[in-house]
Ligand binder design. Structure first.
Ligand code: IMP
Ligand code: MG
Length: 178
């Protein structure tokens, strides 16, 4: 099913350990608090599910979806919110959970949008970070892996909707043809 993966970069065990470490820090940083955890659809859904099952604090889960009109592997500055949060985040501590931070267009737009609702705080948690591709200056507060400028798939991340269910993360052959 995933025979067209060129190389596996992160296996299930490594991803699980990264989720453990991020959850440990969030449990410590938000002890006694009740953050609103906002997953950025669709890519974050698997990481979010694994992350919240490691939390021992109270939290509310919500979702947001944004589309940016770039090509298949790179987003652009034209970001639109296509699915809105339903929680009232005024004066709340918000943690935005994303699969991967790339150019930064999507997350900077989302965090600005969320700031408009006057939350008490906003932090960014991303499983993967590609700082070498950054166009908008934005830094995550919690990161699992810093990766090279490769397009990666699996564990929620897709290429044309494929590979989201792959338990590990790798580089599809599609990319090497470019
Ligand atoms: P940004 O706006 O460029 O930071 O892009 C963020 C979004 O682009 C992510 O939420 C992903 O959906 C998608 N994206 C960026 N890099 C990758 C990748 O390597 N694999 C899969 N999706 C990616
Ligand atoms: Mg995404």
């Amino acid at each position: 099913m995933y025979e067209d993966i060129e190389e596996i970069l992160f296996n299930e065990e490594e991803i699980s350990r990264a989720a453990d470490e991020i959850a440990f820090r969030i449990n410590r940083d938000y002890e006694g608090k009740h953050p609103v955890i906002i997953g950025v659809l669709k890519g974050s859904f698997i990481f979010l599910a694994d992350l919240v099952r490691r939390l021992d604090i109270d939290f509310t889960v919500d979702f947001i979806k944004a589309s940016s009109y770039g090509d298949k592997t790179r987003s652009s500055g034209n970001v639109d919110i296509t699915y809105h949060i339903s929680a009232d985040i005024r004066n709340r501590d918000v943690i935005v959970v994303e699969d991967i931070l790339d150019t930064g267009y999507t997350l900077s737009y989302i965090t600005e949008y969320l700031r408009g609702f006057s939350p008490h705080s906003i932090r960014i948690c991303t499983l993967f970070d590609k700082p070498g591709r950054r166009v908008v200056p934005i830094k995550p507060d919690y990161t699992g892996f810093v990766t090279d400028d490769l397009f990666i798939v699996g564990y929620g991340l897709d290429y044309n909707e494929k590979y989201r269910g792959m338990p590990c993360v790798g580089v599809p052959k599609t990319q090497s043809k470019k």
